[in-house]
Design a protein around this ligand. Structure first.
Ligand code: HEM
Ligand SMILES: N[C@@H](CC(=O)c1ccccc1NC=O)C(=O)O
Length: 281
C-alpha cells in the first residue's frame, strides 16, 4: 500500500489535491481578528446586529476612501478613465450602505432601548472614516475634528484631509486645465474652507451639459459626481429616518440634538453647481 502523507487536506474534488495550502482562506482574510472583534456589552440578542452593521459600514467606508483617494490622484494626473471607474464603484458601495438601513430597521425601539444604556457616549459622530469621507468630498468643518483630540494619529490624519483640496476642488482645477474659465481664487485657495458656489463654475458645467459629445469625459465625470452626492444624501436621509423611528427626538449619545442635527446635515451640498446647473438647462 502506498503511504500518503497525511496533509490534513480533504480531497473533495476527486482531482488529487493533497497539499496543505500554503495560505488558507481564513489566514488570507484575517478572519481570526475580524470574527473576534464583536464584543456586545449587553445580553441583548440584537446587539450583534448593531455591531455588525457598523463594522460592515466601516469596512465599506475604508474601501470608499481607498477608491476616492485614488480617483482624486487620477484626476490630478488628467487620467479620467480610471477615476470614473473608481467613482462608479463607490456609488455601488453606497447602494450597499443604504440597503443596510433596511436590515437595521428590523430592530425595534424596545430592542434598542435595552442596548442604548450600554453605549455610553459613543456615537457615529466619532466615526473618523466618515469624517474623512466628508472632508474628501468637500464638507470641511474644523469643529468635527475636536472629538479626535485624544488620538494623535487620527487627529493628524484628519487635519491633513482638512487642509487638502477635495475631489470637487480637483475637478474645478481639471475644468481649468481643459480650457474653462474658472476664477483663479478657486484654483489656489485655503482648502480648509468649503467650496462656495460660483456662477463661473455653473457656466462651465452648463457648457459641458449643453454639448456632451464635445466634452464627453467631463460630462461623464459630472454625472458620476452627481450620483455620488445623490446617494450620500440618500444615506443621510435614511439614517435620519431610521433614527427617528428608533429613538424619536431624544438627544444623541454623541452630544447633539439627535434628529434635529441630522436634518441640518441634509442641507449640505458637496457639488452645488452640478445641481444648480439643472435649473439652467
Ligand atoms: C439605532 C441606530 C442608530 C441610531 C439611533 C443613531 C443615532 C445617531 C444620532 C442621534 C446621531 C447624532 C450624533 C449624536 O449626538 O449621537 C448620529 C450620528 C451619526 N451616526 Fe448614527 N445612529 C444609528 C445607526 C448608525 C449606523 C448604522 C451608522 C453607520 C456607520 C451610523 C453612523 C453615524 C454617523 C457617521 C454619524 C455622524 C453624522 C454627521 O456628523 O453628520 N449611525 N447617529
Ligand atoms: N448616537 C446613537 C448611538 C449610536 O447609534 C451609536 C453608538 C455607538 C456606535 C455607533 C452608533 N451609531 C450611530 O450613531 C444614539 O444616540 O442612540
Amino acid at each position: 500500500m502506498t503511504q500518503e502523507k497525511n496533509t490534513g487536506a480533504v480531497d473533495l474534488s476527486g482531482e488529487g489535491i493533497h497539499q496543505r495550502p500554503d495560505l488558507s482562506y481564513g489566514a488570507y482574510l484575517g478572519l481570526d481578528q475580524l470574527l473576534s472583534a464583536q464584543h456586545p456589552r449587553s445580553d441583548q440578542h440584537d446587539e450583534l446586529l448593531f455591531i455588525v452593521i457598523h463594522q460592515a459600514s466601516e469596512l465599506w467606508m475604508k474601501l470608499s476612501l481607498h477608491e476616492l483617494r485614488a480617483a482624486l490622484r487620477q484626476i490630478q494626473a488628467d487620467d479620467l478613465g480610471p477615476a470614473l471607474k473608481m467613482i462608479a464603484r463607490v456609488s455601488r458601495i453606497q447602494a450597499q450602505l443604504i440597503q443596510s438601513w433596511d436590515v437595521l430597521a428590523t430592530m425595534t425601539p424596545a430592542d434598542y432601548s435595552l442596548i442604548r444604556p450600554h453605549l455610553g457616549q459613543s456615537s457615529g459622530f466619532q466615526s473618523f472614516q466618515y469624517r474623512q469621507l466628508e472632508f474628501l468630498l468637500g464638507n470641511k468643518n474644523a469643529g468635527m475634528i475636536t472629538v479626535h483630540q485624544g488620538d494623535p494619529a487620527i487627529y493628524a490624519e484628519l487635519m491633513a484631509a482638512y487642509a487638502q483640496p477635495s475631489l470637487y476642488d480637483e475637478t474645478l482645477r481639471l475644468l481649468h486645465r481643459r480650457g474653462f474659465a474658472i476664477p483663479a481664487g478657486l484654483l489656489e485657495r485655503d482648502w480648509t474652507q468649503p467650496h462656495q458656489a460660483h456662477p463661473a463654475v455653473e457656466a462651465a458645467w452648463l457648457a459641458v451639459y449643453r454639448d456632451p459629445h464635445e466634452h464627453w469625459e467631463l460630462y461623464d465625470l459630472a454625472e458620476k459626481l452627481v450620483d455620488l452626492e445623490y446617494r450620500f444624501q440618500q444615506w443621510r436621509f435614511s439614517h435620519m429616518k431610521t433614527v427617528e423611528r428608533i429613538i424619536g427626538f431624544k438627544p444623541g449619545t454623541g452630544g447633539t440634538g439627535g434628529v434635529s442635527y441630522l436634518v441640518k446635515a441634509l442641507d449640505l451640498k458637496f457639488f452645488p453647481e452640478l445641481f444648480s446647473v439643472r435649473t439652467s438647462l
